[in-house]
Design a protein around this ligand. Structure first.
Ligand SMILES: [Fe+2]
Ligand SMILES: [Fe+2]
Length: 231
């Protein structure tokens, strides 16, 4: 199959543009996180970095197959623009991630296989799996934001300071870290990984039923730390 006439060429370009937009949107959302959601903004920075890596994977494939003829490629595609309020924009991004991982990229992979571009198919399958991981994380984040459970749970759960690693089992995270004095926004809430998660099937799963807290249930010992509030 001639790449220039293939559907895979168009799909790669659409995917590249989509990933760039996803990455840019996360950067904009991070700006609404402020100090109050410092740990959340760190998670989003990682996701934004992942999206740019995906864009890079697609870009390289376009260059590889397009040779010198891959300039000025026209595409027709729709992209969504939500207000940059934290929950609204994250919910919008979650839906994009879901579509990419469950529908768009698996379809693109199928087309690439049919057209004989096996490495392109593999790239779409691989990125679809990465996007599924984003779905799992963002589902939990949106659920926690919606239910005001970023720093509170119904049952004892594991909290950890992303600045100094002070950790505790409690229903609610500290307002100010007892060890380093950093504010609540630095508290890490536990996110399930996609291998152990049922989040895709049950988006409203309670935040206390997670792998991290279970794993640390027997590890409630606090590490003695020197107070260093003025750093
Ligand atoms: Fe991505
Ligand atoms: Fe993603």
């Amino acid at each position: 199959m001639d790449f220039q006439k293939s559907k895979s060429k168009e799909n790669l370009v659409r995917a590249f543009a989509g990933e760039c937009m996803d990455g840019a949107k996360y950067q904009f959302i991070i700006k609404s996180c402020k100090q109050e959601y410092k740990f959340l903004s760190d998670i989003l920075k990682t996701i934004a970095k992942n999206e740019m890596a995906h864009a890079g994977i697609f870009y390289k494939l376009i260059v590889k197959y397009g040779k010198n003829q891959a300039t000025n490629i026209d595409i027709k595609a729709g992209y969504s623009f939500e207000p940059l309020e934290l929950l609204t924009s994250l919910t919008g991004s979650l839906e994009v991630e879901r579509k990419e991982s469950q529908k768009i990229y698996p379809e693109f992979a199928k087309v690439a296989k049919e057209e004989g571009f096996l490495d392109i198919a593999q790239a779409f399958d691989s990125v679809a799996a990465d996007e599924e991981h984003h779905v799992v994380m963002l589902t939990q984040v949106c659920d926690r934001l919606k239910n005001k459970k970023l720093y509170k749970c119904d049952k004892e759960t594991f909290w950890c300071c992303s600045n100094c690693a002070h950790h505790e089992m409690a229903k609610e995270a500290w307002k100010e870290c007892p060890s380093c004095g950093f504010p609540q926004g630095f508290v890490m809430f536990s996110l399930e990984d996609r291998m152990s998660s049922n989040v895709l099937k049950s988006p409203n799963k309670n935040c206390e039923n997670n792998k991290y807290s279970t794993k640390n249930k027997n590890n409630t010992k606090k590490t003695p730390q020197k107070s260093n509030k003025n750093k």
